[in-house]
Write a protein of this length. Structure first.
Length: 513
């Protein structure tokens, strides 16, 4: 995790560590591992961090370096009076029959060349020069460039890579690590007229060749070399991903699906918020509601969680504008480019086939066992005004924080109600309880203590309990807040602050009893 995401590392989050430990166990058991990540983890550089952590879990490992992309220097135009570059062939180009270096065009580039007194009738083919025939290696020697790099690491030729890795009796059984997003090569050489294999074909060839060699050599799980491939969905052929997902004998496929949970998001929010004192009970409740709301809204998007923590003051009337601003500045792919995914499904291990493109773009994810849409989708479908999903998410967050406080206050009011009852407890329970117990005569007091806030308020209006004014004011707010939250609504700023203020005052009163 970079500075933009918090002070902690992405690797320190419990959900990420759990997935890393799962892969380490599979590699130790002799299985190849394919780790599929959403695109944004590669774009932000976190995939490299995750790749290194997964690879370094193995005592024997071999990191295949990405192909080097060297800049091509611009040709220098010769100064006045200076001869242009001479056409030349180095030894490698002669062997492969490649063309010559480019020469400068124009009259000044030919001034220093000697006059060649050719006869005018002699045709030397200036107008249509015959192309230099290109040579290629026979198909049995054509190897992807990936094999060449792996051969250099193993100090063998590309054709001997598989044999070197699958040799029997070797004490070195490495985990060979591959960053699939760096492997841009499609196919090094194919027969004339053969269809292109597509991106990731070199990785597929390495995986299939090594699997076949291990099987032919009869290597036990403790002797096998293994591949660790970290990839985006688009880095490998779809058919290969589907095949490996069903292969439980040689390969374990791990999806970044449900990896981040509520605890991980809460830790990011905690790391991002400025240090403050706990303050009054009202302040503690409001701060907890704010943090829980941020976690509920951001869910699996840790960058969004941190930005909301820094930019939102906790008031519901500003939340829509702040969330919209944060979403607009995120690197998340445009949600409008994704197909409708409302009815898509997944399993605890992987997204369903209809969800995978949206998952790769970071638009959908499994969070706390449920399918979650990124908030960017709420604003991408063209709806005007505050999206209804926002109120639902805020209400769910408030339920997690406020309902326990409502229950705590209800218990205290019910205990106080024992002394304020104006009629026998059994009569009050029988008249105002939604579900009075069958043996009410034997447990009237216990049944009274279990009355809901709505029943306590009804008993007050029915002259069954004579609450004082301050307790009645609190009771009415408890009933109002409970009803709003029970119907998937969200408490607005005035109601939430009034409730917190009354709870603070009540706790001061009750502390003196």
């Amino acid at each position: 995790m970079t500075a933009e995401q918090g002070d902690g590392s992405l690797l320190s989050l419990p959900g990420v560590r759990r997935q890393l430990d799962s892969m380490a166990a599979d590699l130790a058991a002799g299985l190849n591992c394919l780790w599929l990540l959403p695109d944004h983890l590669v774009d932000t550089g976190h995939a490299e961090e995750l790749y290194r952590a997964a690879l370094h879990s193995a005592p024997d490992r071999l990191d295949i370096r990405p192909p080097e992309v060297l800049p091509v220097p611009a040709p220098r135009r010769p100064e006045a009076g200076e001869a242009g570059p001479r056409a030349s062939l180095d030894d490698g180009e002669r062997a492969w029959g490649r063309g010559v270096e480019e020469v400068w065009e124009g009259d000044d580039a030919w001034d220093s060349l000697p006059d060649l007194d050719f006869d005018d009738g002699f045709d030397i083919g200036w107008t249509e020069a015959a192309p230099v025939p290109a040579r290629s290696l026979p198909l049995e020697h054509a190897m992807p460039e990936l094999f060449e790099r792996l051969g250099k690491e193993l100090a063998v030729s590309p054709t001997e890579v598989i044999e070197r890795l699958a040799v029997r009796g070797s004490r070195w059984r490495p985990v060979v690590g591959l960053r699939a997003w760096c492997e841009t090569e499609e196919t090094a050489s194919e027969p004339a007229g053969a269809p292109a294999s597509g991106r990731g074909s070199a990785i597929e060839r390495l995986l299939r060749s090594l699997t076949a060699a291990v099987k032919e050599a009869g290597l036990s799980p403790q002797e096998r070399p293994r591949l660790l491939i970290v990839a985006r969905l688009r880095d490998l052929p779809v058919s290969l991903v589907n095949e490996l997902d069903r292969d439980i004998a040689t390969t374990a496929v791990h999806w970044w699906w449900g990896t981040v949970g509520r605890l991980d998001t809460a830790l990011v929010v905690e790391a991002a918020k400025p240090p403050t004192s706990s303050g009054t009970l009202e302040r503690r409740i409001l701060m907890t509601v704010r943090e829980e709301t941020i976690a509920e809204l951001a869910s699996f998007d840790l960058v969004l969680a941190r930005r909301l923590t820094m930019e939102w003051d906790g008031t519901t009337h500003r939340l829509d504008a702040v969330l919209r601003s944060c979403v607009d500045s995120l690197p998340t792919a445009d949600a409008r480019a994704c197909p409708e995914v409302s009815f898509g499904r997944g399993t605890p291990r992987r997204p369903g086939s209809s969800l995978r493109q949206a998952w790769a773009r970071g638009v959908v994810q499994s969070w706390e066992g449920r399918l979650r849409h990124h908030p960017a989708r709420w604003y991408a479908i063209g709806a005007q005004g505050e999206p209804p999903e926002l109120s639902v998410a805020v209400g769910q967050a408030q339920q997690r924080v406020v309902l326990p406080w409502i229950e705590d206050a209800r218990e205290q009011l019910a205990r106080l109600g024992l002394g304020y009852a104006t009629r026998p407890l059994g009569v009050v329970v029988a008249d105002f309880s939604a579900r009075p117990p069958a043996d009410l005569g034997n447990c009237a007091q216990q049944a009274f203590l279990e009355l809901e806030v709505g029943s306590l308020l009804a008993a007050y209006h029915g002259d069954g309990i004579a609450f004082p004014a301050e307790e009645l004011k609190l009771l009415k707010l408890l009933v109002k807040a409970r009803n709003i939250l029970s119907h998937r609504g969200a408490l607005r700023d005035y109601t939430l602050r009034a409730l917190c203020d009354e709870l603070t005052s009540a706790h001061r009163r009750w502390a003196k009893l």
